[in-house]
Design a protein around this ligand. Sequence first.
Ligand code: SF4
Length: 191
Amino acid sequence: MISIQKEDFSIDRELKKIKNDECGASVIFLGTVKSPMDGKKVIKLELEAYAQLSIGKEHAKFQAVSSVGYKPFPEITIDTKTCKSCTHDFAASKKCHMNLYRISDIPELIPEYYLKCSLCRACEIYCPNKSIKVDYKKDSFIFAVEGTGALPLSEVIAQTIKIFDEKWTEFMEKIENATFSVWGAPFSSIP
Ligand code: SF4
């Protein structure tokens, strides 16, 4: 966003216009016209600007995301029939390097434990009664995306899904129209 005016303006007010909960950094450049310039009084300014639309595949400076990571969605179950509720010396919980177990009357995981769980299986291995089962949900993943501030993350994700969908459709069309052959012979004539 560019703001040009003759009168003084408030930096705070300009900052409010660009602040966005999904962007972690805002950069403001303030330029003032100096006069005289080369011994002459400045009476007018001519400014030219253009916006370049491009993609990260062409150059890193166009990337909207700086890092992406994902992991399987952890699913931990505690079998209450075999669990002896060794509350005060709950061996398995002490082995959790992320400290994800609550020590109460019954062993339980903290809410949203799946965000921090590294699936190391230490709790499962060290449970004396083999009451803990560490697994992960099939077809479920937790993604962590860090943006550069160029675009809101909601927009980045919406565009990613759209582009992936277009590429998938193109790929499937190519497969459907492809002619397969093995060593030069049409695929259909191979016994
Ligand atoms: S699998 Fe590892 S990180 Fe996850 S709850 Fe068990 S001990 Fe903690």
